[in-house]
Design a protein around this ligand. Structure first.
Ligand SMILES: [Zn+2]
Length: 116
């Protein structure tokens, strides 16, 4: 494994750890809200709202963790930084901004337009 990949891998693993930590924290908060005795109707809606926010938050985080997992897998396979659609190299600048990119800018634009 090249030094550059080793560095990226370390960064990805760190991001993954942070995300897992955040997710487990949200679950903890969720549980606390759920155990909040018997609230009146006014409180009920705010409880439902917080649960929604937490759920959406953790959904985004779960997706991010998946992206990171795929990137880590690609590092192992030596395919990191290669577009999964056209097999061209993704610009290093893009990989720097978003280390778990799976597609080059052109393919990503197409996918956003026409779906994966
Ligand atoms: Zn591409």
């Amino acid at each position: 494994m090249s030094k550059r990949f080793a560095q990226v891998k370390e960064e990805l693993l760190k991001q993954r750890r942070d995300l897992l930590y955040e997710v487990s924290n949200s679950y903890e908060t969720c549980r606390e809200i759920g155990q909040d005795g018997v609230p009146d109707i006014g409180d009920m809606s705010s409880v439902a709202y917080s649960r929604d926010v937490l759920f959406n938050l953790s959904e985004t985080q779960r997706r991010r963790i998946h992206d990171i997992d795929v990137a880590l897998e690609q590092i192992e396979k030596g395919e990191y930084g290669i577009c999964m659609s056209c097999s061209e190299e993704i610009s290093p600048r893009r990989m720097e901004v978003r280390p778990f990119s799976r597609y080059c800018v052109e393919c990503k634009t197409d996918i956003e337009k026409y779906g994966e």
